[in-house]
Design a binder for this molecule. Structure first.
Ligand code: DX5
Length: 227
């Protein structure tokens, strides 16, 4: 079962003084959803968007929002990000000693739950929660900053996650997302490995032909790689 290719921008490179206009421009450019890289300065050495910032951008687009919670205490913060207008919350396995309970908590808030794996975290760590999630994020950089080099060494893990989903019958319901270093030179490898939701920040904003061209290029390259 091949899940549909989706392009999800990271807004890290966007102009933070104009986030409402920036998310409207992303919708115009043809993205499928918006990923907010939420960083608390504890789980990763960077600090980004609080829930009020996301809530301020919410009225400017009809796109789904997902919050990638690179935070030390996802349980304590989850409700605020759902209230801010995020339909999906992605929690890091590494920040959740009670992962099963955390994912149930996210679902109880009315959001869809997803898990993220840092490069050093094995796919096996999510084997017992596949029934609670609609997406697995395989990080292809170490989290904290945009503009890093893609870790092609994560491609076997992407394939392993896709295989786990297939053997447990969850393949048709769960997306596999990658985040970090995704661009025209790396997107095909990630898609061939099994990723269908492709998060990109730098590659979208550095395209001299603009966001629309960058989104269409990534979508075409990913689609061609799996057909
Ligand atoms: C890492 C960040 C980045 C960002 C995308 O914590 O989450 O991966 O979203 O960065 P680029 O696309 O610029 O590599």
């Amino acid at each position: 079962m091949t899940r549909p290719i989706q392009i999800a921008p990271s807004v890290l490179p966007a102009d933070f003084a104009r986030l409402g206009e920036e998310v409207a421009a992303l919708e115009e450019a043809g993205v499928d959803l918006v990923q907010w890289d939420v960083m608390d300065g504890q789980f990763v050495p960077n600090l980004t968007f609080g829930p009020d910032v996301i809530a301020a951008a919410r009225p400017h687009t009809s796109l789904p929002f997902e919050a990638h919670l690179m935070v030390h205490t996802p349980d304590a913060m989850a409700e605020r990000y759902v209230e801010a207008g995020c339909q999906r919350l992605i929690v890091h396995v590494e920040a959740c000693p009670h992962l099963h309970r955390t994912l149930e908590h996210v679902a109880s808030l009315g959001a869809t739950a997803a898990v993220a794996l840092n490069p050093g975290t094995p796919a096996s760590s999510i084997a017992h929660v596949l029934d609670l999630i609609d997406l697995v994020l395989v990080m292809t950089v170490n989290p904290g900053f945009g503009g890093q080099a893609y870790l092609a060494s994560m491609e076997p893990k992407i394939a392993e996650v896709r295989a786990m989903l297939a053997t447990t019958g969850r393949d048709a319901a769960v997306d596999v997302e990658v985040d970090g270093g995704i661009g025209p030179d790396t997107v095909a490898g990630a898609a061939r490995a099994g990723a269908n939701v492709l998060v990109a920040g730098s590659a979208l904003y550095r395209d001299p032909e603009g966001l629309g061209h960058a989104v269409a290029t990534l979508r075409r390259l990913a689609t061609d790689a799996v057909t």
